[in-house]
Design a binder for this molecule. Structure first.
Ligand SMILES: O=C(O)c1ccccc1N[C@@H]1O[C@H](COP(=O)(O)O)[C@@H](O)[C@H]1O
Length: 213
């Protein structure tokens, strides 16, 4: 049985990053999408990354950015993984090699099952479908459909998770990992230390027999 990996996204402050790492987060996410209330400048992210312990994975979240800009920011900040949360094609994912890519897809209906094979991504992140929004909405996705996807692919479950619902979500979907942003905040971009601790504790206390390495 593998543990469910935990990513805390929308980090903008060193203290929030250190606290999440101490609580046991496997990965921290930084939003480079300028329209997000969690948007953070590369110079700040570099400072945060430099302050982190060595075994915490750092993830840059981008929405429809040009590949060269993604690479430049990721190199500058010292990021480990790229999360593409817009309409990026499979070809764009490939162009980012050797960076490991997480492709986020908004789960609207079963048609998603036909698209999955084309993505050369290390994992598929499933988020809620909300018209005209790319993510960070606090809305849940269809866990039943997500569970079907998770039987075939490494899935990172996202969308409206918090400490109240995450144990049930993991038990039902059996994802490789979970990702949370708004559900552990005091305000957009500002994490609530108690919510972060409670979320991580809940994930670590639930059995996930389906999670693959
Ligand atoms: O956090 C944002 O502002 C954001 C903006 C644009 C695309 C994705 C964004 N966040 C990601 O959305 C999902 C779900 O977030 P939530 O937990 O429902 O708030 C998650 O992967 C965030 O990293």
């Amino acid at each position: 049985m593998n543990p469910t990996r935990i990513k805390i996204c929308g980090i903008t402050r060193i203290d929030d990053a250190i606290h999440a790492a101490r609580c046991g987060a496997d990965a921290l996410g930084f939003v480079f999408y300028e329209r997000s209330p969690r948007h953070v400048e590369p110079a700040r992210v570099r400072e945060i990354v430099e302050a982190l312990p060595p075994f915490v994975t750092t993830v840059g979240l981008f929405v429809n950015r040009e590949v060269g800009q993604v690479r430049q920011i990721a190199d500058f900040c010292g990021l480990d993984v790229i999360q593409l949360h817009g309409d990026e094609s499979p070809a764009i994912c490939r162009q980012l090699a050797p960076y490991r890519v997480i492709k986020a897809l908004r789960l609207r209906d079963e048609k998603i099952l036909d698209r999955l094979d084309s993505y050369p991504a290390r994992a598929i992140l499933l988020d809620a479908y909300v018209p005209d929004q790319f993510g960070g909405t606090g809305h849940r996705c269809d866990w039943q459909l997500a569970a079907r996807v998770a039987r075939e692919y490494p899935v990172i479950l996202a969308g409206g998770l918090d400490s109240d619902c995450v144990a049930e979500a993991v038990a039902r979907v059996r994802p490789y990992g979970v990702d949370v942003s708004s559900g552990v905040e005091q305000a957009p971009g500002i994490k609530d230390p108690h919510k972060v601790a409670a979320f991580i504790h809940k994930v670590k206390s639930v059995r996930n027999c389906g999670a693959s390495a």
